[in-house]
Write a protein that binds this ligand. Structure first.
Ligand SMILES: [Zn+2]
Length: 671
């Protein structure tokens, strides 16, 4: 699942937000702005001016507000479940009620301090040999601590009907390799703050000031070695660069110092062929195993365990973790209230148990039916767009249409729910519950390795307000949590539904044909299905989008990396187009759609996108995004695609030369 994070649309939440959602929100417009100059400001400026980012958030818009309100709904379910004690063990109510109840028992969590994690730290401290070290790495991975690498289940790139093991680089405390090496002030500052943070965590675990400072320096040195062997964020986006099919024997040869037989046996993974995403990284791991002292390894593992556990321990740990990752790196001023963090934690570890109640209450069958109709229409619009391309040969078109025909669509929630009944959850120890649930999720994932792919599994929980495309399954997935107002409502006008959730649907479909998705065929294989000439033309078209986004600055010296945001930007560009085409088609044969406050249906469609997509993001979070998020910041997701799309300019009668119309020689059209 982790490897598909890059395909997500980062929508995060949307739910009933007070109004019936019949149309666009005219009160949110900034009518002083010119839609042909800055449509981001025009469509959403008044709302942002009147609704500053709350102290607990890194970004804010009407839909983010709705997303937080979504958690109020989860709270109702969780409060009810936790009020009923002594439910049958393993039942959905017992699991989510006791988990949430244990999390909300702040007095007990705080009183325990670092005690819950102490036995694990003692085991690390007792490491006395190479064999002990390797046993500890194996043990930690059973609980989801992916140090210094991770092994998860994934469909085989070359035979995606089959699940294999996937070995990936991991184990860094800073966001990515550039943070360890780059000299720009923001990276240097992050390194300085990180050293202080790591030392503070050691102090909380009982180290003296001097010992903690020394330990932090050792951690930095160790992680810098690992970071030097990892791919950067742009290189990682190329599926070819992480595709290394390997036999078990080759894996053992790649890292001769590590006992993979012991690992596989403990993890109950069959010794079938696997994929190693980053062989250079595994070579570095091997080097560290043979050349780094046991003392330094113990320091590193202690830090990583404290790091991974901090959110589930007492308040000083929670605060210290928040202070570095959210406050210093993300610019967020204040921690979210406890109940909200507990609801998020329940969703993270028991999401399909919590999701049952959520779906029953907040996702009526008519919403599922209406969403399915929209998805069918927008998929058809993608097919018509491909058929109509003047630059693609009939040969490649045929393959592209085959890919359209094999798209798998998931809406709302899984047909078969994950069974958590074997997980031990009690009110006695929140940390214990988290570890038990984590162990279950790791084992559940590994249990699929070596078997045919189960297409019923979901990579997101039902309350999640987000969506994804998975190229290996050629599937688009829309959890119930995103199919909510203001993105989508059975009561909303078509213009608004198509402009908001419709573009999201179009975006996910288009991921099947972005710079990554286009490398996977109709069966989900990482296999070239293009003629050489068509691929050349496609690459020229995508290069236009790279140039466009390279030119978008968040600060005078910091601009987007076009290659990092290419897939998401193709998704938005094509998503707007096919949602618009499907919307136009939906109007045929019906009485003319009404104008609202003088806005034509086309104008409503584009305003809906601006209002859904356009959020205000903290400067620190924008810097994080530009460096590591494949999604552009919201402002450019609004103006980027629309400035390439002639129907937008027509809808607002923009004059030639307007800022919102890119010059003809710079206009990007991919699909
Ligand atoms: Zn996306």
């Amino acid at each position: 699942m982790r490897r598909f994070l890059v395909f997500l649309v980062t929508l995060c939440s949307a739910a009933a937000f007070g109004q019936a959602q019949a149309g666009i929100e005219v009160a949110d417009l900034d009518r002083k702005a010119d839609p042909c100059t800055d449509f981001y400001e025009y469509s959403n400026g008044a709302w942002r001016a009147n609704n500053p980012i709350p102290s607990t958030m890194d970004r804010w818009s009407r839909r983010w507000a709705a997303g937080e309100a979504n958690k109020d709904q989860l709270r109702v379910i969780l409060d009810e479940a936790s009020a009923k004690k002594n439910q049958p063990k393993g039942s959905v109510h017992q699991l989510i009620g006791d988990y949430y109840g244990a999390c909300m028992d702040v007095a007990r969590v705080d009183q325990a301090g670092a005690t819950p994690v102490k036995p694990t730290l003692a085991e690390i401290d007792a490491i006395n040999s190479q064999a002990d070290l390797q046993k500890m790495i194996i043990r930690l991975q059973n609980y989801g601590f992916q140090v210094p690498f991770g092994v998860n289940a994934a469909p085989d790139n070359h035979n995606p009907a089959q699940v294999i093991a996937n070995v990936q680089a991991s184990g860094l405390g800073l966001p990515d390799r550039d943070y360890y090496f780059k000299e720009e002030p923001r990276f240097k500052q992050a390194r300085e703050q990180y050293l202080v943070h790591v030392a503070n965590m050691f102090k909380l675990a009982g180290y003296s000031d001097a010992a903690a400072t020394k330990a932090a320096a050792q951690v930095m040195q160790f992680e810098t070695g690992l970071a030097g062997a990892t791919l950067d964020n742009v290189a990682r986006r190329d599926p070819q660069s992480t595709d290394h099919k390997t036999t078990f024997a080759q894996l053992q040869k790649m890292t001769p110092a590590f006992d993979w037989t012991a690992y596989y046996s403990d993890a109950k993974i069959p010794q079938v062929d696997l994929n190693v995403e980053e062989p250079n990284f595994m070579a570095e791991v091997n080097k560290q195993i043979t050349s780094t002292s046991l003392a330094d390894w113990k320091t590193y593992l202690t830090w990583q365990v404290l790091h991974g556990s901090s959110q589930f321990l007492s308040q000083p740990f929670v605060d210290e973790n928040f202070n570095f990752y959210e406050k210093q790196l993300g610019g967020v001023a204040e921690l979210k209230p406890r109940w909200k963090r507990c609801a998020e934690s329940t969703d993270l570890f028991l999401g399909e148990a919590l999701g049952r109640g959520y779906v029953a209450r907040y996702f009526p069958p008519e919403a599922k039916a209406r969403a399915k109709v929209m998805i069918t229409n927008i998929l058809a619009a993608m097919g018509e767009t491909i058929q109509g391309l003047d630059w693609m040969s009939p040969e490649t078109k045929k393959k592209a249409m085959e890919k359209i025909s094999t798209f798998n669509v998931k809406v709302g929630y899984p047909d078969k729910w994950k069974d958590y009944s074997s997980v031990t959850i009690t009110r006695d120890s929140y940390f214990g519950d988290v570890m038990n649930a984590a162990q279950f999720l790791v084992a559940d994932d590994r249990s699929t390795i070596g078997k045919p792919v189960d297409r019923g599994r979901w990579g997101m929980t039902p309350p999640t307000s987000n969506a994804y495309y998975n190229p290996l399954m050629n599937e688009i997935v829309f959890p119930a949590g995103i199919l909510q107002p203001p993105a989508f409502s059975v009561k909303a006008a078509d213009a608004v539904n198509y402009g908001a959730i419709g573009v999201v649907i179009g975006h996910e479909i288009s991921h099947g044909f972005d710079d990554q998705g286009a490398q996977y065929d109709a069966q989900g294989r990482l296999q070239d299905w293009w003629t050489a000439d068509d691929m050349k033309k496609f690459q020229a078209k995508t290069a236009c989008v790279v140039t466009q986004f390279d030119g978008y600055y968040i600060e005078p010296n910091i601009h987007h990396q076009g290659k990092l945001v290419l897939g998401e930007s193709i998704g938005d560009l094509a998503g707007v187009k096919i949602a618009y085409l499907a919307f136009q088609k939906s109007l045929q044969g019906k009485p003319p759609a009404p104008t609202i406050d003088g806005f034509t249906p086309d104008q409503q469609f584009f305003i809906a996108w601006g209002q859904f997509r356009g959020d205000e993001t903290r400067p620190e979070t924008q810097r994080l995004m530009v460096q590591g998020d494949p999604h552009p910041v919201a402002k450019f997701r609004v103006i980027g695609p629309l400035s390439n799309f002639p129907p937008f300019a027509s809808a607002f009668s923009c004059k030639p030369g307007s800022v919102m119309i890119r010059p003809a020689d710079q206009k990007c059209v991919v699909w």
